[in-house]
Design a protein around this ligand. Structure first.
Ligand SMILES: *[C@@H]1O[C@H](CO)[C@@H](O)[C@H](O)[C@H]1NC(C)=O
Ligand SMILES: *[C@@H]1O[C@H](CO)[C@@H](O)[C@H](O)[C@H]1NC(C)=O
Ligand SMILES: *[C@@H]1O[C@H](CO)[C@@H](O)[C@H](O)[C@H]1NC(C)=O
Ligand SMILES: *[C@@H]1O[C@H](CO)[C@@H](O)[C@H](O)[C@H]1NC(C)=O
Ligand SMILES: *[C@@H]1O[C@H](CO)[C@@H](O)[C@H](O)[C@H]1NC(C)=O
Length: 249
């Protein structure tokens, strides 16, 4: 009798141990400061917060997978000027949706320099600076200028003047700086002479991208489901072990 009670007590402790250690293990990845493995631009921007429009555009244009692939080759450096959600919401309404998919990609790649730039290197860059949207180095298309005064780093595209408002991330290969305006390339937004008559609205096959920040917090939901499932599996598993031990007694 005493032996059995001791056995049940230790089984309970065992179950509790499984339960607790599982919870700790499941939460560990979320607490880790730098996730191991290849650089994940989406993850970095998600963690920084306030870049949900940029993340959505990077995903829908599939530029994010090109970026992650480029970064997986350690010989490549990239600098991203990341417009905040405020930057996107201060665009003229409909600006993004008026662009073709190709132009949206160019706009995004205009915010990326195909080399790693530290803040001190901003003082010595040679203008105009070629961007990922540029293609041919000599074309001079899709380039912008960076000038510095004291601690302020100014960017001018010919259409947009702004300054770098903060460093989001640097690791020696990838640098992400926040800008509070979307950098508008002259090559996309140069006003064209007005059309003779407004053409009737043709049905266009185009992704509509909301320019406001997303409210969904689906990632955290997924994590708690994962913990719940793991927990259930472990409890069932633990009970099975106890049952098996009882049978063999
Ligand atoms: C990058 O992180 C995001 C979310 O943090 C995730 O959805 C995506 O699958 C990750 N991509 C890679 C290639 O690991
Ligand atoms: C990164 O590159 C290595 C080889 O250089 C490759 O084995 C690996 O699959 C790549 N990882 C990703 C996520 O592309
Ligand atoms: C940078 O921009 C600020 C205001 O945004 C302006 O006062 C300053 O003169 C600019 N500096 C350069 C070098 O253009
Ligand atoms: C960028 O700098 C180059 C060289 O200094 C200059 O010719 C050009 O006008 C500048 N462009 C803008 C938009 O300021
Ligand atoms: C940007 O700044 C330059 C001078 O630094 C000025 O001539 C130009 O008009 C400004 N452009 C815009 C769009 O504010």
């Amino acid at each position: 009798m005493l032996k059995q009670t001791t056995f049940f007590a230790s089984s309970l402790i065992f179950l509790c141990f499984l339960h607790c250690s599982t919870l700790i293990l499941s939460q560990a990845p979320a607490l880790a400061p730098a996730p191991p493995g290849p650089t994940n631009v989406t993850k970095i921007l998600e963690k920084a917060g306030s870049f949900s429009v940029l993340i959505r555009l990077l995903k829908s244009s599939q530029i994010v997978s090109n970026l992650n692939n480029q970064l997986n080759d350690s010989n490549n450096g990239i600098t991203i000027f990341a417009p905040s959600d405020n930057a996107f919401s201060s665009l003229k309404p409909g600006t993004l949706n008026s662009l073709t998919d190709q132009q949206q990609s160019e706009l995004l790649q205009f915010h990326m320099i195909p080399s790693y730039l530290t803040t001190s290197q901003f003082q010595t860059v040679s203008n105009p600076l070629r961007t990922q949207a540029g293609g041919d180095v000599t074309s001079g298309r899709f380039a912008f200028n960076i000038t510095t005064t004291g601690n302020s780093v100014n960017i001018t595209t010919g259409l947009t003047n702004t300054s770098v408002s903060g460093t989001v991330y640097t690791d020696g290969q990838l640098a992400i700086y926040q800008v509070d305006k979307v950098l508008l390339p002259i090559d996309v937004f140069t006003p064209k002479p007005p059309a003779p008559a407004p053409a009737p609205e043709k049905p266009k096959k185009k992704k509509h991208i909301s320019e406001g920040p997303s409210t969904a917090a689906d990632a955290s939901g997924a994590v708690s489901n994962y913990i719940l499932i793991t927990f259930n599996v472990v409890v069932v598993y633990g009970v099975a072990i106890v049952a098996a031990m009882l049978v063999t007694l």
